[in-house]
Write a protein that binds this ligand. Structure first.
Ligand code: FNR
Ligand code: 531
Length: 364
């Protein structure tokens, strides 16, 4: 049996395999509410055999959205609307996860097919907030420096969102601390020039994400795993890097985080990133070994043998896949066939798929 199709139990949640759908913005929500698009988009990847399906970055407050079309969970109505999605995902034997997010200085921006950069207030945009009044890039909004009250509200919003996510039936909560969004903006000295207890030293720059994780952990049932997605490096000198990430992950482990989802980049518009197959796996490996916490690898992982190799080497405990799952919702079933089994196709598709899996298993 391949490692990719081995079960993984995190706290009280059993995941049937290690091949998971990475959170992917769909920009298809209406005032934050999921639509039929989300049911089909997410549901089909559960049908396709992924062990965990993570809902896209879902804003914990309206101003925390990247765009007006982002997913949100800032009211009980949002929680209610997600229920049919989580129950369908579970009906397929997959686990439903959700990524909770605040976009920080990257908020109030156009979605890719409507424009780029900031949306002016006059055009439906809003005043964005950040640790410091520093734009991400030329055509992005001018953020207002957050007050202590703003900062404390962010933690409250994440806690309320996490409670709503549990009510909605999600069994994995992932906190977005990567890709140049709010928590990453506090962690990186490039975007955080504060002189109060939230800026300066690493301890101070980690304060908000750590305090938020601590409060979310207390608010979420003990048996539910919490993940944190980080950017392991800014890919530039004298910024956020792997060494600081390892320190952060040790602290997150102490706070009861169960897995670190290891991405990179997003906080420096012109960073030169050596993108290529598995280009972020080295960070997942270093964090797994040196912080002693489970990790998910992500980034240009598109092939079953490539994914299996990462797990066999002990570089990560699970594999997040984004674009390959957009190209093929049934990537997990195809991977099982290629690796000699470990996944049953849905009964309804048996005549088309089951035979192939059975013969692959017979061949091993
Ligand atoms: C993404 N990505 C992303 N990441 C995240 O943490 N939250 C999100 O909501 C999104 N949204 C999103 C939308 C789309 C359309 C894409 C393609 C990507 C990043 C994604 O989860 C993943 O980390 C990267 O795409 C790298 O993985 P792949 O695509 O090489 O498997
Ligand atoms: C772009 C991105 C991917 C990986 C690293 C940095 C940036 N993604 C980020 C997504 C939104 C869509 C574009 C999120 O993290 C929400």
């Amino acid at each position: 049996m391949s490692k990719l199709f081995e079960k993984l139990t995190l706290r009280g949640v059993e995941l049937k395999n290690r091949l998971w759908v990475s959170p992917m913005c769909q920009y298809s929500s209406v005032d934050g509410m999921p639509t039929d698009w989300h049911l089909v988009h997410l549901g089909s990847r559960a049908v396709g055999g992924a062990g965990l399906v993570v809902v896209e970055a879902t804003a914990v407050s309206p101003e925390g959205r990247i765009s007006p079309d982002d997913s949100g969970i800032w009211t009980d109505g949002h929680s209610e609307a997600f229920r049919r999605i989580t129950s369908f995902i579970k009906s397929q034997g997959s686990v439903a996860g959700i990524q909770l997010a605040h976009a920080g200085r990257k908020a109030s921006t156009y979605i890719p097919w409507k424009g780029n950069g900031k949306i002016d207030v006059a055009d439906g945009g809003w005043q964005v907030v950040a640790p410091s009044p520093i734009k991400f890039a030329g055509n992005f909004p001018e953020p207002r420096e957050m007050t202590i009250a703003d900062i404390e509200k962010v933690t409250e919003d994440f806690v309320a969102a996490a409670v709503r996510a549990v009510d909605a039936g999600f069994e994995v909560i992932e906190i977005h601390a990567a890709h140049g969004y709010l928590f990453h903006e506090f962690l990186s000295p490039l975007s955080n020039k504060r002189t109060d207890k939230y800026g300066g030293s690493l301890e101070n720059r980690m304060r908000l994400p750590i305090e938020t994780v601590r409060q979310v952990r207390k608010a979420v049932p003990e048996n539910l795993p919490i993940f944190v997605r980080i950017s392991a490096t800014d890919w530039v000198e004298n910024a956020w890097d792997l060494e600081q990430s390892i320190e952060l992950c040790k602290r997150l482990k102490d706070e009861g985080v169960d897995l670190i989802d290891v991405s990179s980049g997003g906080n420096v518009v012109d960073a030169r990133i050596p993108v290529g197959p598995g280009y972020q796996v080295e960070f997942a490996r270093e964090i797994r070994k040196r912080a002693g916490i489970a990790t998910g690898a992500v980034g240009m992982i598109t092939d079953s043998h490539q994914a299996e190799d990462i797990l066999q080497k002990g570089d990560a405990d699970a594999i997040f896949v984004a674009r390959e799952f957009l190209r093929d919702p049934y990537f997990a079933i195809r991977a099982a066939q290629e690796l000699g089994g470990g996944l049953r196709a849905p009964k309804q598709y048996g005549r088309a798929i089951e035979i192939a899996i059975a013969s692959a298993e017979a061949a091993t």
